[in-house]
Design a protein around this ligand. Sequence first.
Ligand SMILES: [Zn+2]
Length: 185
Amino acid sequence: MNVQEIKKRLISGNNNYIGDKENLSSNASLRNELTGGQSPFAIVLSCADSRVVPEMIFDCNIGELFVVRVAGNIANSSSIASIEYAVAHLNCKMILVLGHESCGAVTAAVKGGDNGPNLNHLCGHISAAVKMGEGKELSDVIKINAANNAKSMVENSEILKNAVNNSGLVIESGYYNLGSGKVDF
Ligand SMILES: [Zn+2]
């Protein structure tokens, strides 16, 4: 699949999900087929929020999406390393950073304060969006944060930079609406 086809597939899968017309059919034969290897068609960096499940949102089976989930969909060393694997070894050509409505991690970053070392680290990856989104709606900060992390993962990875410049890797950000199920690209 080229990048245009990948995006088309994500949009059509999302439309199935929105219309409650999913084709999900993971079963024993598919599991067995996939024991030999994986070739997911896209990478999604999304939040850990239980309402934001990329495989369901895009109507995908096992083996179709390489999903990295961390609160606030942040591009830190661990999430970037996971994504690098899918780019370098599985030849994925598209990364989608998926923010979502009412994100608790972004809300915590906006509130600020000392939240202990772990959450402070996480909020540190969101702070640029908080600054850029000052005075704006939470949904705007969430969108800025997804775009920022899409950008910063390239800045912090030689593998991704190289793939963008030389092998047509495309990185986009999106926003997931909890109620409608729709992804705005
Ligand atoms: Zn979230």
